[in-house]
Design a protein around this ligand. Structure first.
Ligand SMILES: NC(=O)c1ccc[n+]([C@@H]2O[C@H](COP(=O)([O-])OP(=O)(O)OC[C@H]3O[C@@H](n4cnc5c(N)ncnc54)[C@H](OP(=O)(O)O)[C@@H]3O)[C@@H](O)[C@H]2O)c1
Length: 188
């Protein structure tokens, strides 16, 4: 299971919170957004699928034209919706129900990776789950007004990898915004 987020420069950290800035990277750093889409849609064998776990607000804030995505099934966490919205596949009332969905037939043989797309509470629960082993985090080296925050996580449990297969480690720049892909791996 992997969590994927964008993060502001930790030097702008306030009160132990990190900032998710909604969709800024979709607009300004298209290569960052492409990297995200490439990761969550990658499967090792034809026919396999990744399960994407979304909070309801994150699902409905997905930019137009992004969905549908190849090789993916989508589960929306919600206590309010009674059926999956258009282009989603499942709804679940809580995170554990989504994990049970992926781990039991008929999906258990089909799902390769569970990707957690956010928002805040979904990330928090995911990072505490025993199956979460990787956090993909993009350090965006710029400052934005934000109203949704990424939960802090224990960097002794999830350790930053200096290199990670398939992840460029150099600082990149697009439209004047510098960013760097990072991967944090859970230590056993
Ligand atoms: N840039 C990034 O990396 C990034 C990543 C993710 C999100 N975002 C942004 O963050 C914003 C949304 O994040 P958010 O934290 O405000 O909301 P969110 O988690 O996407 O959605 C909140 C809603 O999802 C449901 N939910 C969340 N956690 C749940 C749980 N554990 N169990 C059951 N239901 C759960 C509830 O829906 P009901 O009310 O229906 O029960 C809740 O009201 C959007 O603007 C999005 O674009 C940015």
């Amino acid at each position: 299971m992997c969590c994927d987020i964008c993060e502001k420069n930790p030097s702008f950290k306030q009160d132990g919170t990190y900032v998710i800035f909604p969709n800024v990277t979709n607009l300004s750093c298209r290569s960052e957004f492409k990297f995200f889409l490439d990761k969550i849609t990658a499967v090792s064998k034809p026919g396999k699928k990744n399960l994407l776990v979304w909070g309801r607000y994150t699902w409905f804030s997905c930019p137009e034209g992004v969905l549908p995505l190849a090789n993916t099934l989508h589960v929306i966490l919600t206590k309010k919706l009674r059926s999956p919205p258009e282009l989603a596949d499942y709804i679940c009332e809580d995170f554990d129900e989504a994990i049970r969905l992926a781990s039991q037939p008929p999906l258990s043989d089909l799902i390769e990776t569970i990707w957690v797309i956010g928002g805040t509470e979904v990330y928090r629960e995911a990072m505490e789950h025993p199956w979460c082993d990787l956090i993909y985090l993009t350090d965006i080296m710029a400052d934005f007004d934000c109203d949704v925050f990424f939960p802090d996580f224990d960097r002794n449990i999830y350790r930053k990898q200096s290199r990670f297969p398939g992840v460029p480690h150099e600082i990149q720049e697009e439209n004047g915004i510098k960013f760097q892909f990072q991967v944090f791996k859970k230590m056993c």
